[in-house]
Design a protein around this ligand. Structure first.
Ligand code: CA
Length: 332
């Protein structure tokens, strides 16, 4: 009996040791460090020629487009690089509405619903970066969704409700991440546009709608906080100023099927502002990030619900903020 008790105690001690070692090993599995500051865009002043970079798969500063709004089907409009558009995405030329060059796009919510522009890639990429400049109207009151989205959609899957929206990812159908802002609730002390979060559809989300992932580690709904227990680095909430341009960059890295190594990160003006590792997006290799989408969706209409987009670039590696245009450098 005594021997058996000792053996049991030894076995228990070995098990505890093994468990501790495994945990330490896992904690020691350092994430790949993400880039920051200058990226590939630093080589192309004012983004001129950036579409030639081997990592770049899409670039649009809206300089070549003709007309006053994006057409519903892009191919019918000269200079339109987008596959489709819904709602009203207007071309503007007023200098205060343009980031660089002479044109940008504007979204104004005059009725409840979605305004978007969609660019699709076939077959897609395991890791996709999306950099864009966006500015809110100085009096922007907040909005249900604003920003840009990377979507991985199987054939036929779009943003439509019942297709991707409100459908839990099953590993084969879709996943997506949007740099969004949580519009301030009534009696909230958070001013508009609201705190940045990633609106994310992934295989472990807590409801039919995507999770809201905040850089602090807060998750809505809260059941999914466990996702970030390993390696998560909390960062402060950001509520950006209205009436000025910011450089946003979103990265979506699809997981290896069967593993929990998917990752979403975003940068503001070249500074890493949120990083969500350990995500599960897909169970098949074929499902890859294959759309970039301008997203603005309102569920109520209020004055000044207007925002502008410009200098959009998608690439398979870190893009970084735009290098100043040559003419600006000469003026210095
Ligand atoms: Ca432009």
């Amino acid at each position: 009996m005594c021997h058996r008790a000792v053996n049991r105690a030894l076995l228990f001690a070995v098990l505890v040791l093994l468990l501790t070692l495994t945990k330490q090993l896992m904690a020691g599995t350092m994430l790949v460090e993400l880039p920051k500051g200058e990226g590939l865009a630093a080589k192309y002043s004012g983004d001129v020629g950036i579409e030639q970079d081997p990592a770049v798969v899409f670039a649009d500063g809206f300089e070549e487009i003709e007309g006053t709004r994006l057409a519903a089907v892009g191919g019918e409009q000269r200079g339109n690089k987008w596959d489709s558009s819904a709602g009203t995405v207007t071309i503007v030329e007023e200098p205060e509405m343009v980031h660089t060059g002479t044109k940008a796009v504007q979204v104004t919510h005059e009725q409840v619903g979605s305004h978007n522009a969609v660019k699709q890639f076939k077959p897609g990429f395991d890791t996709l970066h999306l950099r864009y400049y966006m500015k809110y109207h100085p009096e922007f009151p907040g909005c249900h969704h604003t920003g840009m989205l990377i979507l991985a959609g199987a054939p036929g899957i779009t943003l439509a409700r019942g297709s991707a929206t409100g459908v839990v990812p099953d590993g084969r159908n879709h996943f997506e991440a949007l740099i969004d802002t949580a519009p301030p609730r009534r009696r909230s002390t958070t001013p508009p546009p609201g705190n940045i979060n990633i609106y994310c559809y992934h295989m472990d989300q807590g409801r039919i709608w995507g999770d809201l992932l905040f850089p602090t580690g807060k998750v809505v709904p809260p059941e999914n906080k466990w996702l970030f227990e390993e390696n998560f680095v909390p960062r402060p909430n950001l509520n950006l100023e209205r009436g000025r341009w910011y450089c946003y960059e979103l990265m979506v890295k699809a997981n290896t099927p069967g593993e929990r190594d998917g990752r979403v990160a975003y940068w503001i003006d070249g500074k890493l502002a949120g990083d969500f590792p350990n995500l599960r997006f897909r169970s098949v290799e074929e499902l890859k990030p294959n759309h970039v989408i301008i997203v603005a969706h309102s569920s109520s209409v209020r004055p000044n619900q207007t925002l502008w987009y410009d200098d959009i670039v998608a690439a398979t590696s870190y893009i970084g903020p735009q290098a100043p245009a040559d003419s600006e450098q000469e003026e210095d």
